[in-house]
Design a protein around this ligand. Structure first.
Ligand SMILES: [Zn+2]
Length: 166
C-alpha cells in the first residue's frame, strides 16, 4: 500500500518519485486525498484527486443556454415545497436522481422542458400540493381550467405533465 504507481512531480524539487504515506477519501468519497513524501528531498505534500465534473447545458425556451445547476433545481423544488414539511433529504435525493438521469440521457445539452418534467414527476411522488404549485409556475397556468386539469391528474394518481399545454 505504500508505493502506489500514481506519481506526481514533487512541488519542491520536481522529482517524480514519492512514497504515499496516506490515502483517504475526501468530500464524502467523491475525491481522494493523498499525503506524499518525496524520495529525493523528503519533503511532504498533499495531492487531491477528483473526477472532472461533467457539464450539462440547458437550452431554454427562448433559445439561450445555461449550465444545468443542481442548486437552481433544488431551490425551485424547495419553493414548491414551502411549508409542506417535506424533509430536505427527500428533495436532495430527488435532485440527485434528476441530475443522474439527465447525464445518462444527454451528452451535453438537455431541453429545459425535459428537466421541468422530471421535477414534476419527482414532486408528484413527494407532495401533491408542491406538484400543483410547481406545475402552475412551470407550465405558466393562466386559467382556472389549467389548475383543474392538473388537479384531475392528481386525483387520477398519475403525473401527466406532457398533456399540459406549455
Ligand atoms: Zn522533492
Amino acid at each position: 500500500m505504500w508505493q502506489e504507481r500514481n506519481q506526481m512531480k514533487c512541488p519542491f524539487c520536481g522529482n517524480e518519485d514519492q512514497r504515499v504515506l496516506d490515502s483517504r477519501p475526501a468530500r464524502e468519497g467523491e475525491a481522494n486525498r493523498r499525503r506524499r513524501e518525496c524520495v529525493e528531498c523528503n519533503r511532504r505534500f498533499t495531492t487531491f484527486e477528483e473526477p472532472e465534473r461533467p457539464r450539462l447545458f440547458v437550452e431554454k425556451r427562448n433559445g439561450t443556454r445555461e449550465e444545468f445547476s443542481r442548486d437552481k433545481c433544488f431551490n425551485s423544488m424547495l419553493i414548491a415545497c414551502r411549508k409542506r414539511g417535506v424533509p430536505i433529504d427527500v428533495l436532495r435525493s430527488s435532485v440527485e436522481r434528476i441530475e443522474r438521469d439527465l447525464f445518462q440521457e444527454f451528452e451535453d445539452e438537455a431541453p429545459t422542458q425535459h428537466i421541468g418534467d422530471k421535477v414534476l414527476a419527482e414532486l408528484f411522488e413527494i407532495d401533491s400540493v408542491a406538484y400543483v404549485r410547481f406545475a402552475s409556475v412551470y407550465k405558466k397556468f393562466d386559467t382556472v381550467s389549467d389548475f383543474q386539469h392538473i388537479i384531475d391528474s392528481v386525483t387520477r394518481g398519475k403525473a401527466e405533465p406532457s398533456i399540459l399545454s406549455n
